[in-house]
Design a protein around this ligand. Sequence first.
Ligand code: NAP
Length: 335
Amino acid sequence: MSAMNRQILLAARPEGAIEPDTWEHRSVPVEKPGPGSFVGRTRVISLDPAMRGWLDDRPSYLPPVRIGEVMRAASVVEVIDSEHPDFRPGDHVVGVFGAQEYVISDGAGATKVDTSLASPSTYLGALGIPGMTAYFGLLDVGALQDGETVVVSGAAGAVGTMVGQIAKVKGCRVVGIAGGPDKCALLTDELGFDAAIDYRADDVEQALRTLAPNGIDVYFDNVGGDILDAALRRLAMRARVVICGAISQYNDPTRVKGPSNYMSLLVRRARMEGFVVFDYADRYAQAAEEIAGWIGAGRIKIKEHVVEGSVDDFPDTLQMLFRGENVGKLVLQLV
Ligand code: NAP
């Protein structure tokens, strides 16, 4: 009997928060690879806030996941059978292979990774999309200058931990905003941030007044909503506001709370700019090499939150992002 492929499919579009009936769990037989393709067995699946947006039927930078389609997800798979000249059994490959236990791929968009240099999960985190997002968002979009004051929200997450640490490599003063005392302690005690603000307990605007007394040069926003508004009030002259994400708004896409303090962009001669990391794909290799160098030199610490389980744990694991239960890059490792 052939092996069965356990898959998570989109069953219904959520109205607000993702509910269990959003998903269908099913098993189908694993097929043999045809000429020019390979079969990979999933090792780790990436969980990303953007997944919530991919479930909505509205224009975005990627088409929505279709009803009945395997949920879109990046993962690292191990090749177990191959008719493809470039991929051999035992190879580890990163790509957008979906929330499923096995994938058949023709190799399009698939990149071999060396698991003797870094773990599979790190190719989804510090050396993957979150690391690239932090690197290009901060250095290109944010046009960071040495010694500036950087504030990052969602600071204890996959992107945020990298933003703060890259800014420290660049000799900046870094203030992180995160939920809860434990995450704030991690930022200052382990990751080298200069200060942290617990947005659940503190008055963010007041804390920014104290911790960034000369104003914010680069505000890297991962959360949107009230925290973005508070940061806008504290901009330095010619500040750059990097719109990376807005997780506080993702579950209510029809009533997104826009910034009311945007006039400070005028007063401070500042700019606010969004970006999609995919636009930097031709520079990923160079960025990954530089980040790997910083990791190797002990200047950047990898933070990963690895949940062990099966593909069926994908829906519950995804919810952890929206409840703030992850520290660093959240992945589901199949065991
Ligand atoms: P993450 O930060 O590892 O995880 C999400 C975190 O968001 C949670 O741990 C939680 O931390 C925080 N959060 C959840 N609900 C919140 C709320 N209502 N208010 C404030 N904070 C909330 O996720 P990530 O993968 O690094 O992604 C961070 C952001 O980058 C997301 O907005 C994502 O969409 C965006 N992104 C953008 C690009 C791009 O190309 N522009 C690429 C990748 C990611 P707390 O405990 O601190 O609340």
